[in-house]
Design a protein around this ligand. Structure first.
Ligand code: ADP
Ligand code: PHD
Length: 480
């Protein structure tokens, strides 16, 4: 039996966390036989190594030559402290310290080059930001060896073949399968434990790419699919997927079972606990996914599979994304004119901006959609250019945006089929003076997304969450 286990930044964030992680790896190995480990960059909150690497690159690009050397020192300290806590002086300590030192020097010289050239390409950003995982896997694998187990740190640049869409690369399934099986199966046959970098892959030319922020979960699913694993487990710092972000809602409860569709909707609309792309390889290969807490491993966490248990109540979780803008294209001259929507979204697509939610008034007098706040001005410019004639003729009266918007998403498989659900949600918001600016039924039909002003989002999450936990007697949501 093969189990792929991914450990997030907090699970490898310190020597103590890495000890817990190593215990979990060895226990799983006793039960499953073959275990493949994926690790993220060290990230004991609030300091995430990936953030430090990106900050170094960004400040160097801005011409600041003081910050990246300071960050290099911090990177060295974080990794050296873990090494000192895990590896003995008569073991591999010096060798691994020297390996980390080489990465720190590389970071410093790459940032130096960025500051001199005044150029920071997405390709350079991927090389720099992927180094956190390259450092953490070397420490974890060395610690497993120190405990007496055969283990090898592997850069996923050897396994995950991607396109060259730097920062958000797409894996190529066939090439990845071939490389992964060729590299990992012999190790597993020899009872070794591969410890693979999350987050990164490489183009056919061997250039490092990254799979998008939080992408180590996706790495685990990609490797699970490539190895035809029996299950993929994501180890993090909470008891699975919860009814809301526990950092925002202290009363959030763990959800024992969810379907792939429900989790995809939650992840897409901001639940950071799992990366939105993780589900696809698992769905394609029918591999169940489990989310568990490294720091509370006896808790069963959340199991995600196609046939999740039917729900008693309809609502399971609420999530929110901030930092988005609403864009409106309004005009009576749009009524019944074919192609307005197509031209609107073509204008957005030209900017490579992703649209998070769309609604259209039934009279076709307005199209409204949501984009990241950072893209709003460019989107407005592109739409004004596209519809210059219609604006002149006043067929389109106004193209406008509003910043400081949030999307609230409520998920649950029974949401469409249970009477009164939408009414209860809107009453909860209305009774608490939250103005609803737009609504969309989730594309996967198990969610409702509601657009509200950013200042209302905290209250909205709180009151909708109260509805979730007060749905009466339920056995699909744990309340303890
Ligand atoms: N619905 C949710 N359920 C559980 N955790 C959530 C949810 N929404 C947001 N989170 C946040 O996701 C965090 C875990 O993701 P992340 O910080 O990326 O961990 P890791 O470093 O282990 O990948 C949790 O600490 C929690 O604050
Ligand atoms: N280290 C990368 C990838 C990742 O998935 O990290 P984590 O598992 O800690 O969220 C990031 O911060 O984006």
């Amino acid at each position: 039996m093969t189990l792929v286990m991914k450990f997030g930044g907090t699970s490898v964030g310190s020597a103590a966390a890495m000890r817990e992680t190593a215990d979990l790896i060895l226990q799983a190995r006793d039960t499953w036989g073959d275990v493949v480990v994926i690790a993220s960059a060290m990230g004991s909150k609030p300091v995430k190594v990936t953030d430090l690497l990106l900050q170094g690159a960004d400040t160097a690009f801005a011409g600041d030559r003081e910050t990246y050397p300071r960050l290099a020192g911090l990177l060295r300290d974080i990794h050296y402290e873990a090494i000192d806590g895990l590896l003995s002086p008569d073991g591999e300590r010096q060798i691994i310290l020297a390996e980390i030192e080489r990465f720190v020097e590389r970071f410093t010289s790459l940032c130096g080059a960025v500051s001199i050239l005044g150029e920071l390409t997405p390709r350079a950003l991927d090389t720099i930001s992927g180094m956190g995982e390259q450092m953490s896997v070397r420490i974890l694998a060395a610690y497993l060896r120190e405990l007496g187990y055969d283990s090898e740190a592997i850069d996923a640049t050897e396994l995950i073949l991607t396109d060259s869409n730097f920062q958000n690369a797409t894996p190529q399934t066939a090439g990845t399968r071939e490389r992964t099986q060729a590299r990992l199966l012999p190790l597993l046959d020899n009872d070794a434990i591969p410890v693979v970098t999350g987050f990164i892959g490489a183009t056919a030319d061997g250039v490092t790419t990254t799979l998008g922020r939080g992408g180590s979960d996706f790495s685990a699913a990609i490797l699970g699919q490539a190895l035809e694993a029996d299950e993929v487990w994501i180890w993090t710092d909470v008891d699975g997927v919860m009814s809301a972000d526990p950092r925002l809602v202290p009363g959030a409860v763990s959800i024992p079972t969810l379907s792939f569709r429900e989790v995809s909707e939650l992840a897409y609309y901001g639940a950071k606990v799992i990366h939105a792309k993780t589900m696809r390889p698992c769905v394609e290969s029918g591999i169940p996914l489990r989310i568990k807490n490294t720091f509370n491993p006896t808790h069963p966490g959340t199991v995600i599979e196609e046939d999740a248990a039917p729900t008693n109540g309809a609502l399971k979780a609420v999530t929110a994304i901030k930092g988005v803008s609403i864009i409106n294209v309004d005009g009576k001259g749009m009524i019944g004119v074919p192609g307005i929507a197509a031209r609107t979204f073509a204008a957005v697509a030209r900017l490579d901006v992703s649209v998070l939610l769309i609604t259209q008034a039934s009279s076709e007098q307005s199209i409204c959609f949501i984009v990241p706040e950072s893209s709003a001005a460019a989107v407005i410019g592109s739409l004004q250019h596209t519809f210059a004639d219609e604006l002149r003729r006043r067929d389109i009266e106004r193209i406008w945006s509003r910043d400081r918007i949030a999307i609230l998403t409520i998920v649950g498989a029974g949401i469409q089929t249970t009477y009164g659900i939408a009414g209860r949600i809107f009453s909860a918001l209305g009774d608490n003076r939250v103005n609803v600016m737009a609504i969309a039924q989730g594309s996967t039909e198990c969610g409702i997304s509601i657009v509200v002003a950013a200042e209302d989002v905290g209250r909205s999450v709180e009151h909708v969450h109260a509805l979730i936990v007060n749905q009466g007697e339920r056995d699909d949501i744990e309340t303890g």
